[in-house]
Ligand binder design. Structure first.
Ligand code: 13P
Length: 283
């Protein structure tokens, strides 16, 4: 069932587990994720970046694809369709108008006041449409860094101000994680995580979930993280297997066989994350 993230993340917050956000790139990925999450009885968030939306043929195409798969595959677990890192008010509005049930407005590259202004506009638009809003404070680094810049960690007072002045549903504070592959072990600031969770009383989101050691993931969940985003590790699991398959099966040219060759490893990765996050049997 397609729904927003409110219920699933509030339940995760009180139940001390985290709901996975897996990023989707195409029809097959969407199917693999939905099937495996149904099997594990976990709620799931399908995260779609602006780049992936463009690649897949636009907001409407993505929303229709997800809705059709949910119906045709008899998916009964709660599923949220979430815009990942929406870069502007306009892209959030497009997502909302085309059937996304949740959006992230990422105005973290702007000074705090501007981040607040843009985020507030998105919340005002989303609220009466029953769409949930996630925002970022501080700045989660990218793959080029591999290590978080401590100056970009979210400040507690900024997190409180953003939450109080915007009325967002969920907060993604940058606290040491980065997107992509880490150089060494991430230095997550758990003390600040606990403070931000206690003072904002909102479910927190951990971006850059790939490659964070299991014990740090568990600790993050105990400190208020209720949603963990995974993209890179699924991509690596899939592409490693497909690369090997193509090498060992040089005569195969049917794209269905090629894409499907990555299914089992991708599903294995999904299972390991869901079990680690503790969201199995919560749907
Ligand atoms: P990874 O690619 O590091 O898993 O991060 C995903 C993410 O945070 C998407 O917003």
């Amino acid at each position: 069932m397609l729904e927003n993230m409110k219920d699933m993340l509030n339940k995760a917050d009180s139940g001390k587990y985290a709901v996975p956000q897996f990023n989707i790139n195409n029809l097959e990925w969407t199917r693999f994720i939905l099937e495996q999450c149904q099997e594990l009885k976990t709620p799931v968030i399908l995260g779609v970046s602006e780049g992936a939306i463009k690649y897949m043929g636009g907001y409407k195409t993505v929303a229709n694809l997800v809705k059709s798969l949910i119906s045709n595959l008899n998916i009964t677990i709660p599923v949220a369709l979430h815009l990942d890192h929406g870069s502007s008010y306009e892209s959030c509005v497009k997502a909302i108008n085309n059937g996304f049930t949740s959006v992230m407005i990422d105005a973290s590259k702007y000074p705090l006041e501007e981040n607040i202004n843009i985020t507030r506009q998105v919340v005002n638009y989303a609220k009466d449409k029953d769409v949930t809003v996630e925002a970022e404070v501080g700045a989660v680094g990218g793959e080029e860094d591999g290590v978080a810049n401590e100056l970009a960690y979210a400040k507690v007072e900024d997190a409180i101000k953003l939450v109080n002045e915007t009325n967002i549903d969920f907060l993604a504070p940058a606290l040491g994680s980065v997107h992509g592959i880490y150089k060494g072990e991430p230095k997550l600031d758990f003390e600040r995580m606990v403070k931000i969770h206690e003072l904002t009383k909102l479910p927190l989101v951990l971006h850059g979930g790939s490659g964070i050691p299991d014990q740090l993931i568990k600790k993050s969940i105990s400190c208020g993280i209720c949603k963990i985003n995974i993209n890179t590790e699924l991509q690596i699991a899939w592409s490693k297997t497909v690369r090997l398959y193509l090498k060992e099966n040089e005569k195969v040219y049917d794209p269905r066989k090629i894409i499907k060759s990555g299914e089992a490893k991708m599903k294995e990765m999904i299972t390991s994350k869901v079990l680690l996050f503790g969201s199995n049997n919560q749907a």
